[in-house]
Design a protein around this ligand. Structure first.
Ligand SMILES: [Zn+2]
Length: 219
């Protein structure tokens, strides 16, 4: 296993793109992997391809459409409205998704001889997704290492920071404009600042405004 090689779980959204550029600074060789599971928008895959291409990072797109086959929900089916009932997980939740993604990222890392796996999951703004929790990632790391007799290290640089801090992090990495203009977070498939109205846009916008206000106050 090469201690300087990393595989980044990369969706083309704000969080994973920030992680991609963090990894690029941190490791000598970075590979991005995007899982295609009939997301609401093929634009997500396009955004991911463009970012990886411009950053000169090798990029794998793996077909995970079986997730859509087994667990139809608002993220995988474009004819379902996104909603969240009080006290329940939003219907964008895909059960077991990060378990599947981290497992396949590790299989790819094993092939590439990479020791490090990077994921943008975050417990701070996590809408209650159980597989975004730190305890899950740590447990998954142990399981994968046991399953493959390896010593992978799963990194979660965003685990304990909020959206405003994620913007700050991108700015410190020198990629604020790339993240703002090229990433796709919006559930309506609009790149950059997005539609401004869906839950993903609202979360992103609130963080951005908070960060810009703090930055303005400090200069
Ligand atoms: Zn939106």
């Amino acid at each position: 296993m090469d201690n300087k090689k990393a595989v980044v779980v990369f969706s083309g959204g704000q969080d994973s793109t920030t992680c991609l550029f963090w990894a690029k600074k941190q490791f000598d060789e970075v590979t991005a992997v995007t899982f295609h599971y009939n997301q609401r928008h093929a634009q997500e895959i396009e955004a991911a391809k463009n970012i990886a291409n411009e950053a000169g990072i090798p990029h794998y797109v793996l077909d995970m459409s079986l997730l859509n086959q087994m667990a139809p929900n608002a993220l995988t089916r474009s004819n379902m409205e996104i909603e969240q009932k009080e006290g329940e997980l939003p219907n964008t939740f895909v059960p077991g998704r990060n378990l599947v993604f981290l497992t396949f990222a590790a299989i790819l890392a094993k092939q590439l001889g990479a020791k490090h796996i990077v994921t943008g999951v975050c417990e701070t703004d996590f809408s209650g997704y159980p597989d975004c929790r730190d305890v899950f990632v740590k447990s998954c790391n142990v399981t994968i290492n046991l399953a493959m007799e390896e010593d992978f290290v799963i990194h979660t640089p965003l685990m304990w920071i909020n959206k405003a801090e994620t913007w700050k992090f991108a700015d410190e990495l020198g990629v604020f404009d790339i993240i703002r203009e090229k990433t796709l977070t919006c559930y309506n498939g609009i790149i950059g600042d997005g539609c401004g109205e869906c839950p993903a846009c609202l979360l992103r916008k609130r963080g951005l405004e908070q960060y810009l206000a703090e930055k303005g106050a400090n200069t």
